[in-house]
Ligand binder design. Structure first.
Ligand code: MTE
Ligand code: MO
Length: 395
């Protein structure tokens, strides 16, 4: 069986230290104020997106500032493996080929003429919250904010597949982006490769899988994949390929770099570990406020709040503990449950006594799965969905 990778308290302590630093540094200090030029013009990130990497640009949403259901485009986290490609919507084409009866080449105008669907979906990077793991693991050191929720509009992938007509031998649909590079590894990529990821037909045909050209009502921003990206609602972010230029239907499972050499985990088949590409988002909740290290006044009402999400189910319950997990109370869920979108939650807290407190939140989904308290090592450096304690001081 799996050994827990760390105790909640161990993370809590590290979290407290880091939280204390970031709470005391003015926002203008963050180097993110200097970024943005790289994306050219209109998409300069606001000064408060946290820069995790400058080249390629990897930007995190400061999760403690969560204050609404839809994440504005300029506050949505950015996860790039390679430099963002320069694409011009007027000359850009989407190729659909492989095991199809009618290979297609669609222009941006062609796509916009096809029936449009809107889905509000949460994207979370499979590596979100990695910085809180102890022992440390490799990859971009995201804290809480490699996650966002947006209203995506575009053409269902199913509609395009139907136009092309799948051959009987079709097995998977590979989504390929225009961005390319050589991954230095380890392991190294086979030379220069594009970012690409596949979907089995069963998922590719579902109506929640969009080829999106709009994000929150605006044209898709460059850093989020313009002119066209996939939005694979319910799955971790890596499946939602940006800057789409090719859809390749294959006759056997695709074993590309981003679903073999990384973005995989050990699935157990009766105990036997088998390396499996990451797909659906695990049930998870995060506390936005209080942030780690926050100092809270005693005897006053405080609004503990955050968000909770899951992939192909819905969040049915969020519980909060303000005593390190000894007791739990059900939080209030905001709005209505919508498939694929996160649910904001809140809970009033009136700490009477001064001292140190550990705040936890845990979500439950529609099939009764509860957010785990312990880290599962089989997940390698991905799917960090266990309960993350937040240590605060009441004074
Ligand atoms: N072409 C391309 N698509 C991509 C990526 C990429 O590097 N290149 N990153 C993926 C990953 S790992 C995530 S988490 C999401 C992030 O989407 P966002 O940058 O719009 O937030 O895009 C996915 N799609
Ligand atoms: Mo990601």
């Amino acid at each position: 069986m799996n050994e827990p990778q760390e105790s909640p308290t161990a993370i809590g302590r590290r979290d407290f230290l880091r939280g204390a630093t970031f709470a005391s540094v003015p926002l203008a200090f963050f180097p993110s104020a200097l970024a943005g030029a790289a994306t050219g013009g209109e998409e300069r990130p606001p000064a408060d997106l946290i820069v995790r990497e400058k080249k390629p640009e990897n930007l995190e949403f400061p999760f403690s500032t969560l204050d609404r259901f839809l994440t504005p485009n300029d506050r949505f986290y950015v996860r790039n493996h390679f430099p963002a490609p320069e694409l011009d919507a007027s000359t850009w084409r989407l190729k659909v080929e492989g095991a199809v009866k009618r290979p297609l080449e669609l222009s941006y105008e062609d796509l916009k003429k096809l029936p449009t669907r809107t889905v509000t979906a949460t994207l979370e990077c499979a590596g979100n919250s990695r910085a809180l793991l102890d022992p440390k693991v490799g990859g971009v050191q995201w804290e809480l904010g490699a996650v966002g929720n947006a209203e995506w509009a575009g053409v269902p992938l199913a509609a395009v597949l139907e136009r092309a007509g799948l051959k009987n031998a079709a097995v998977e649909v590979v989504l390929e982006g225009a961005d390319k590079g050589e991954v230095s590894g380890p392991p190294k990529s086979p030379g220069v490769i594009p970012f690409a990821r596949s979907l089995p037909l069963a998922k590719a045909r579902r109506l929640e899988v969009l080829l999106a050209h709009k994000m929150n009502g605006a044209d898709l921003p460059k850093s989020h994949g313009s002119p066209l990206r996939a939005v694979v609602s319910g799955w971790y972010g890596m499946a939602s390929v940006k800057w789409l230029t090719r859809i390749l239907v294959t006759e056997r499972p695709f074993a590309g770099y981003f679903q073999t050499m990384n973005y995989t985990y050990w699935e157990r088949l009766r105990g036997l570990a088998t390396l499996t590409p990451i797909t659906g988002m695990q049930v998870k909740s995060l506390v936005a406020r209080p942030a780690a290290g926050e100092v809270i006044p005693a005897g006053k009402s405080y609004r503990v709040h955050g968000a909770a999400w899951v992939g192909e189910s819905e969040v049915t319950k969020v519980e909060v503990s303000t005593d390190g997990g000894k007791t739990w109370a059900e939080a209030e869920l905001a709005g209505k449950s919508r498939p694929f979108a996160w649910r904001l939650w809140e809970q009033e807290w009136r700490p009477a006594r001064e001292g140190k407190y550990t705040i936890l939140s845990r979500a439950t989904d529609g099939s009764g799965r509860v957010q785990p308290l312990k880290r599962d090592r089989d997940r390698l450096n991905y799917m960090i969905s266990h309960v993350l304690p937040v240590e605060v001081t009441v004074r």
